[in-house]
Design a protein around this ligand. Structure first.
Ligand code: FE2
Length: 258
């Protein structure tokens, strides 16, 4: 298994609903290492519930975590990141320097939907593109209007978005419909990144390996390695990533008759 990249894990102690203390954050980091992860986001929410999470505050917390990991010889590279809730003010907030991009590289913004809502991100993706900023859709499988609409997700990808899926949902989909949806996404080339969405040690643990292994069964080892390791690691480090377009939809059996 290649060294995995967790592109969505809450590791900044006390800054959001993730680890409450540095000890819990370090236990999560050790768990990530045991899961085969070499690079991870040091992430916290940016949304109205956490108004104090400025880029400066999160950068300082991530730098402190990174220094502690080095001092304790825990082999995990962490990259400051925000999970930004979509809002009508997002572009203005970005222009004003109020949002933290993935790894602070100003290339990718990790975004989630407002609670209980679904928003078409296409206009936003197009508005941000000239600024050199693209969107990563956090735990995209949660949004059922997107999961079952390959045309919509393909349009988002064509507009520069990347699709992140929670590893645990791949390993243990919560029902048959989710399992089928995830499988169709995987086989359609519609998954680009894995995240654990880890929040703690007693609950919502930072688990990636089982999802990665299940993904490898669905798409083969080399495609899984790109999704679970290569692309995520490159994004966290600020390197360029080029993903192929989604596969054309499979023809239904009956279409061969016409
Ligand atoms: Fe999250």
């Amino acid at each position: 298994m290649p060294l995995l990249a967790d592109t969505h894990v809450h590791l900044l102690a006390g800054l959001d609903d993730g680890p409450p203390t540095e000890d819990v954050a370090l236990a999560m980091c050790r768990m990530l290492v045991s899961e085969g992860v070499g690079a991870a986001t040091a992430l916290a929410h940016q949304n109205p519930n956490y108004p104090d999470n400025t880029p400066a505050r999160m950068l300082a917390a991530a730098a402190a975590l990174s220094a502690t990991l080095a001092a304790k010889k825990i082999p995990l590279a962490v990259f400051p990141t925000a999970e930004v809730m979509l809002s009508p003010n997002l572009v203005a907030d970005w222009d004003a320097g109020r949002l933290l991009s993935v790894g602070n590289h100003r290339q990718w913004l990790l975004v989630e939907m407002p609670h209980g809502e679904f928003v078409d991100v296409l206009p936003l993706a197009e508005e941000l593109r000239p600024r050199g900023l693209r969107l990563i859709i956090a735990h995209a499988e949660r949004y059922l209007p997107l999961l079952y609409d390959h045309t919509m997700v393909s349009q988002w990808i064509a507009a520069g978005c990347l699709i992140q899926v929670t590893a645990r949902t791949i390993a243990e989909p919560w029902d048959d419909e989710m399992a089928k949806g995830i499988e169709a996404w995987a086989r359609g080339g519609l998954i680009h990144l894995l995240g654990s969405d880890g929040h703690g040690i007693d609950r919502r643990q930072p688990l990636l390996a089982a999802g990665y292994r299940r993904l490898a069964k669905l798409v083969g080892r080399s495609a899984a390695a790109r999704i679970g390791s290569t692309w995520g690691t490159a994004i966290l480090r600020g390197e360029t990533v080029d993903v192929p377009p989604p596969h054309p939809p499979e023809r239904k059996w009956f279409s061969r008759w016409f």
